[in-house]
Design a protein around this ligand. Structure first.
Ligand code: SF4
Ligand code: F3S
Length: 333
């Protein structure tokens, strides 16, 4: 029996539930069902994957997303058991002791660990707007990501600066890819916050196939960011019929009609939240009656600052300064 099996049993999760989890991961990754045994085998026999989680200029929403379960979920047990060595917000150690943990992990697993970055990296005035134990976020990211096997940017702040980089961006906040253009491998999981299901699925893919899944031009895994919200939306039939909500609480809203006229950005937003959902599969923003604000697209805070205005009434990328058009992390695809 592998370490993960033991941890799952200790967490009250039986083999059948574990296989259901593997099935859900295979479905999220858009792989054929025949991969379920392979994923299960990889997860139970995988060698340890050290993982370091850095947190910079952000609201900790991605960490909150990671901790969303009221009881330990398989995602959490998986991340904790096979990986999580250092997480500034969650770890018990503090101060100099926490710093020692970080640098020991990096020395011990140089070239083997995965660095997860949450939050933007401020670059103005020598990066002084975010420091950890007296060291700037930029300097820490360079040291830690530079020796990692790969870096995963979680949340929009880490991917392109997010809300910290919204105009006028006084701290010079940027995403990981812009802060460190020489990084060899970078995967971006934007979202405000990112959905932990997609982080787990990315790591499951890595453990199973020893490589990252295919990425788009912004460094986003295609399995999670390959389709428009609009094309997966349960309200799409009403869009096609021209049945729109025109006022919060009106008859159309009560009947679940399309939210396009209320500012929904689903027609230009790529994400799998209509299928993976949030809060342990409970629902998603459009499902509960609020339009998509486009949180997975580059520079969405600036592009969609009129959150409740219909897209036809708002500008698009051309309204942004050239430096802010589409500038997310680098991908292979
Ligand atoms: Fe498209 Fe949004 Fe209408 Fe859904 S609610 S059909 S995503 S415009
Ligand atoms: Fe974000 Fe839109 Fe989904 S706002 S969480 S991509 S519905």
């Amino acid at each position: 029996m592998g370490k993960l099996d033991q941890e799952l049993l200790r967490g009250g999760i039986n083999r059948r539930q574990f296989l259901e989890f593997c099935g859900a991961m295979v479905a999220t990754l858009a792989l054929p069902a025949r991969y379920v045994p392979r994923v299960a085998e990889a997860l139970t026999t995988a060698t340890r994957l050290p993982l370091v989680w850095l947190e910079f200029q952000d609201c900790a929403g991605d960490t909150e997303s990671f901790l969303r379960a009221s009881q330990p979920s398989i995602d959490e047990l998986l991340l904790e058991t096979i990986s999580l060595d250092y997480h500034e917000t969650l770890m018990v150690a503090a101060g100099a002791h926490a710093g020692e943990n970080l640098w020991t992990t990096i020395d011990q697993y140089s070239g083997k660990y995965i660095c997860i970055v949450e939050g933007a990296i401020p670059t103005a005035d020598g990066g002084i707007y975010c420091t950890v134990r007296g060291r700037t976020a930029l300097s820490m990211a360079q040291a830690v990501c530079g020796q990692a096997r790969a870096t995963i940017a979680v949340g929009s702040c880490a991917c392109d600066g997010g809300i910290a980089a919204a105009a006028p961006n006084p701290t010079g906040a940027v995403g990981v890819g812009e802060a460190m253009p020489g990084l060899s491998e970078l995967v971006c999981l934007p979202g405000c916050p990112a959905n932990v299901v997609n982080l787990t699925a990315t790591l499951v893919y890595l453990l199973t196939f020893d490589e990252f899944p295919s990425l788009d031009q912004y460094g986003r895994p295609r399995f999670a960011y390959g389709q428009l919200i609009h094309d997966q939306c349960e309200r799409r039939k009403f869009y096609d019929q021209g049945r729109f909500v025109r006022e919060w609480g009106d008859q159309g809203h009560q009947r679940g009609w399309c939210l396009y006229k209320m500012g929904c950005k689903g027609p230009e937003t790529h994400h799998n939240c209509p299928s993976v959902l949030w809060n342990q599969g409970t629902s998603w923003p459009v499902g509960v009656g609020h339009g998509c604000i486009g949180c997975t697209e580059p520079n969405f805070w600036d592009r969609h600052s009129s959150l409740y205005q219909a897209m036809e009434d708002t500008g698009s990328d051309e309204d942004l300064p050239a430096s802010k058009r589409g500038g997310r992390g680098r991908g292979r695809g």
